[in-house]
Design a protein around this ligand. Structure first.
Ligand code: SF4
Ligand code: F3S
Length: 106
C-alpha cells in the first residue's frame, strides 16, 4: 500500500485525490490518509503531491514508519474525499516544516 506521511499535515494540497483510480483518500481537518484496504498500488499519487508526502510502504523513511498504522487507523473513521479541492490557506507556510505530527487534528 501507499502511505501519506507527515509533510501533508497543515498543507493538504489534495492534488493526490483526482489521480487515484480507487478512491483511496480519506479526509481529516488538516491531513489526508490512504486506505490500505482499497489502494491498488498504482503509484500515480506519488508524483502529484507538491509536498512529496506519499511513499510506497516499502520505501517509507524510518522516521515515518508510524504513518503506516496511522493511515490505516484514520481511514476507518474519516470519510472518503471525492475530488481535489483548494489547499489549506497556510499550506505554503507549512510545507517542509519538521515535526508536524503534533498539529494533526482528528
Ligand atoms: Fe490511489 Fe494508486 Fe495512490 Fe493507491 S497508489 S492511493 S490506488 S493513486
Ligand atoms: Fe497531502 Fe500531498 Fe495529497 S499534501 S493532500 S498527500 S497532494
Amino acid at each position: 500500500t501507499f502511505v501519506v506521511t507527515e509533510n501533508c499535515i497543515r498543507c493538504k494540497y489534495t492534488d493526490c485525490v483526482d489521480v487515484c483510480p480507487a478512491d483511496c483518500f480519506h479526509e481529516g481537518p488538516n491531513f489526508l490518509v490512504i486506505n490500505p484496504k482499497t489502494c491498488i498500488d498504482c503509484s500515480l499519487c506519488v508524483q502529484e503531491c507538491p509536498a512529496d508526502a506519499i511513499y510506497d510502504e516499502k520505501d517509507l523513511p524510518p522516521d515515518q514508519h508510524h504513518f503506516l498504522e496511522l493511515n490505516a487507523e484514520l481511514a476507518e473513521v474519516w470519510p472518503v474525499i471525492g475530488e481535489t479541492s483548494v489547499p489549506l490557506a497556510e499550506a505554503e507556510d507549512w510545507i517542509d516544516k519538521p515535526e508536524k505530527l503534533q498539529y494533526l487534528e482528528r
